[in-house]
Design a protein around this ligand. Structure first.
Ligand code: HEC
Ligand code: HEC
Length: 319
């Protein structure tokens, strides 16, 4: 419901400024602004401020998908880890590993118990998460990474059971249902607590205070090497941004070839594509192709950024 609430806040702010403009327009001849009509709240029809329309029950249900720790919000259903095993192998193991050990830098889903207080804690579902309900919610909401919300409720039960099984939290043939999911005790459930410390313990100085002009910020930013801007412009400022865009937005799939994404530097994965020409590759990177969403899913990127990333990928492959 949070996203919905935020949306209406934005709408309200927008409408307030519209009201102010309206009120200002109602100056009477004596130069006074009549605002009394804004004081008395009255029941409003649909489209309260004259914008948009009421969200329908179906629209609200589409957003209201959170599952509470007590299991509230779970749809009816149930499945075992056995039911989820093949599905997990098909849709999840390529990133998370057959045993939840994580492939490359994808998240590790199992293990790590007892490591939270070590120098390098391994936060997994079993070692870290306080509630089993979050596993259902997360998989349902966000996975598989490239097709979120594509799984049926039954599939989510099966995958949740399987991931819990990988963490030794349920047996292979245990049927996980809407009634027993919230009863599963997560090992780290007591590792979370309500942080009720006050925001600040400082008291405002009212007398005998320091002269503000005498206060200096003493820490300095780390020294950066001086860069000759002409040199940057001449040599590969574009290449650098292509590389950083690639690392931030494309490497996720392209570094390891997820879903048969061509791998920079591995010419065999590019050969047929390069034959189609740079323009075609760029067009597909912008518009999406197969399992790749437009701009690799990062629609905030400018076309130039995406083009630079494609050029970077081609350059690495050519060399
Ligand atoms: C293309 C790779 C990919 C595939 C396939 C994939 N995931 Fe993920 N998964 C990710 C990434 C990346 C994250 C971290 C996302 C983030 O932090 O925003 C993640 C996070 C998760 C998490 C939360 C882990 C944590 O500790 O925060 C769970 C649980 C999970 N995935 C389950 C699944 C399941 C179940 C499937 C199969 C239906 C699946 N994933 C398929 C890439 C993938
Ligand atoms: C979610 C995974 C994913 C991400 C993120 C991603 N790609 Fe891809 N990309 C793919 C897959 C899968 C293919 C192969 C598509 C096919 O051939 O059906 C592909 C293909 C391509 C191709 C070849 C297109 C062609 O015509 O054959 C280019 C170029 C490309 N990606 C560029 C990018 C760039 C640039 C980014 C980052 C801005 C990016 N990709 C991010 C998965 C991804």
């Amino acid at each position: 419901m949070y996203r919905l609430a935020r949306l209406s806040l934005v709408l309200a702010a927008f409408s307030l400024s519209a009201c102010a403009a309206d009120a200002a327009g109602k100056n009477d001849s004596a130069g006074e602004i009549t605002i009394t009509e804004f004081n008395a709240p009255v029941a409003q029809p649909s489209g309260y401020f004259g914008y948009g329309q009421d969200a329908s029950v179906e629209e609200i249900a589409g957003w209201d998908i959170d599952i509470r720790p007590d299991g509230m919000g779970l749809p009816p259903g149930g499945a075992t880890a056995e039911d989820g095993e093949m599905l997990y192998e098909d849709q999840c193991a390529l990133c998370h590993g057959s045993f939840g050990e994580g492939v490359g830098r994808y998240p590790v889903l199992a293990g790590g118990e007892g490591t939270l207080s070590e120098d390098r804690p391994e936060k997994t579902i079993g070692s870290y998460w306080p509630y089993a309900s979050t596993v259902w919610d997360y998989i349902h909401r966000a996975m598989p990474f490239m097709q979120p919300e594509s799984l049926s409720d039954q599939e989510v039960y099966a995958l949740t059971a399987y991931v819990l099984y990988l963490n030794d939290l349920v047996e292979y043939d245990f049927k996980l249902t809407q009634d027993n999911l919230a009863l599963i005790e997560m090992p780290n459930k007591d590792g979370f607590f309500l942080d009720d410390r006050p925001d600040t313990s400082n008291e405002a100085c009212m007398s005998n205070c320091k002269d503000p002009a005498s206060i200096r910020i003493t820490s300095a930013p780390p020294a950066t090497e001086e860069v000759d801007s002409d040199v940057v412009e001449a040599s590969g400022a574009e290449a650098a941004s292509g590389q950083s865009t690639y690392e931030q937005a494309c490497a996720l799939c392209h570094a390891s070839g997820v879903g048969d994404a061509p791998i920079p530097g591995d010419a065999s994965t590019w050969a047929a594509r390069i034959d189609a020409g740079r323009e075609a590759l760029i067009a597909n990177a912008l518009a999406g192709k197969g399992q790749m969403p437009p701009k690799g899913g990062q629609i905030q990127l400018s076309d130039e950024d995406v083009i630079a990333a494609v050029d970077y990928m081609l350059e690495v492959t050519a060399n």
